[in-house]
Write a protein that binds this ligand. Structure first.
Ligand SMILES: C[S@@+](CC[C@H](N)C(=O)[O-])C[C@H]1O[C@@H](n2cnc3c(N)ncnc32)[C@H](O)[C@@H]1O
Length: 333
């Protein structure tokens, strides 16, 4: 299978069902995915003022009559690769929603929320209501601790001008988030907005976690994940789509979205990019060896070091590598 590898991700140009064997069981922290809708000739991707010639060709649809078995097959793979406690968010229109709900029902995955995403640029109609929502099915794999960062965007004490809780409002299950209008840029039809992806990634993962999208399309999930210092992986069956994004993915700077991410008490987070002093580097190496000797997993060590040194995942990884330690290696006897 053709692929792109970078330090933050591995992306595969292939079918996510037959190709999924490259991803080990129980290895993914979060799946966010937006499968094809199975509506040939659909108009859901059309909206006002958009020149369709900029929409990347090669979008692969699934014939309506195969949608049920196709859905069961990819959801089984999602269940397998998700770690116990890992979360999955599936974006769906209403046409084949029942197949996705039925398939989820056949797995061990447990429902957490059924979210309604209301967007702008609804599909214009004259004899019925305008369609302007998608479903987002939020499920989790049982058997482990689920990440849900309740105060990652608003603290419990933050209020709006009428005294309403901003944290409560942000966690309601109807989301009003605009689709992005990107004039003149090459894009996948139905690209998910960064604001929506950031919200999911902030609530349901931590820095350094692995985020997977089985239907990458324009790679928006992967880009947002890397922008928020997560690792990313996924599949896109269309070669045209895959090739259109390859260069951009390799050039991404991890953390490029961090300064604009919504964080409690302030409109944007200003992370100070502190340099490592010599003393800190020596101490980091000592602590790494102590935690390694104590038998902690590499993931637990990195998490602990992030807290102790008040740094992000990549900063710790980089400093360890510069001190000659290769994180991820088995501890020395
Ligand atoms: C709705 S789009 C995903 C859009 C994406 N979330 C974004 O923001 O750009 C679905 C994508 O799945 C791809 N696809 C269809 N069947 C696939 C399969 N079996 N494996 C992997 N990708 C597939 C399509 O080519 C399409 O790009």
């Amino acid at each position: 299978m053709r692929s792109i590898f970078s330090s933050q991700g591995a992306f595969y140009n292939g079918d996510c069902i037959t190709g999924a064997s490259v991803i080990p069981d129980n290895s993914v922290d979060l799946i966010i995915t937006d499968p094809p809708y199975g509506i040939e000739g659909d108009k859901l991707d059309r909206h006002y003022n958009r020149d369709e010639s900029f929409v990347t060709g090669g979008y692969v649809e699934v014939p309506s009559e195969q949608y049920e078995s196709f859905t069961m097959d990819w959801i089984r793979q999602a269940e397998r690769i998700l770690r116990p406690g890992g979360s999955i968010y599936i974006v769906s229109g209403y046409t084949h929603l029942r197949h996705i709900l039925n398939a989820l029902h056949e797995t061990s995955l447990e429902e957490i929320n059924h979210i309604i995403w209301r967007y702008n640029f609804g599909v214009f109609t004259s004899k019925k209501y305008v369609s302007s929502h998608y479903h987002i099915l939020f499920y989790a794999k049982p058997g482990g601790k689920r990440t849900f960062n309740t105060q990652c965007r608003f603290s419990l004490s933050e209020k709006d001008e009428n005294g309403g809780s901003l944290n409560y409002q942000d966690r309601e299950d109807v989301w009003i988030i605009n689709r992005e209008y990107k004039p003149g840029k090459v894009k996948n039809k139905n690209e998910l907005p960064t604001a929506l992806l950031s919200k999911i990634i902030q609530y349901s993962s931590n820095e350094g976690d692995l985020v997977c999208d089985l239907f990458l399309g324009g790679f928006s999930t992967a880009k947002t994940a890397i922008g928020l210092l997560r690792r990313a992986t996924g599949f896109e069956i269309s070669r045209t789509m895959f090739d259109a994004k390859a260069e951009e993915m390799q050039a991404l700077v991890p953390g490029f979205l961090i300064d604009n991410a919504k964080t409690p008490g302030e409109p944007a987070r200003k992370r100070t990019r502190k340099n490592w002093s010599q003393d800190e580097t020596i101490r980091l190496k000592e602590r790494y060896n102590e935690l390694n000797q104590a038998g902690l997993s590499q993931k637990e060590i990195t998490k602990q070091l992030q807290e102790e040194f008040d740094r992000g995942y990549w900063s710790i990884e980089k400093a360890l590598k510069q001190s000659g330690i290769k994180p991820g290696r088995k501890k020395e006897e």
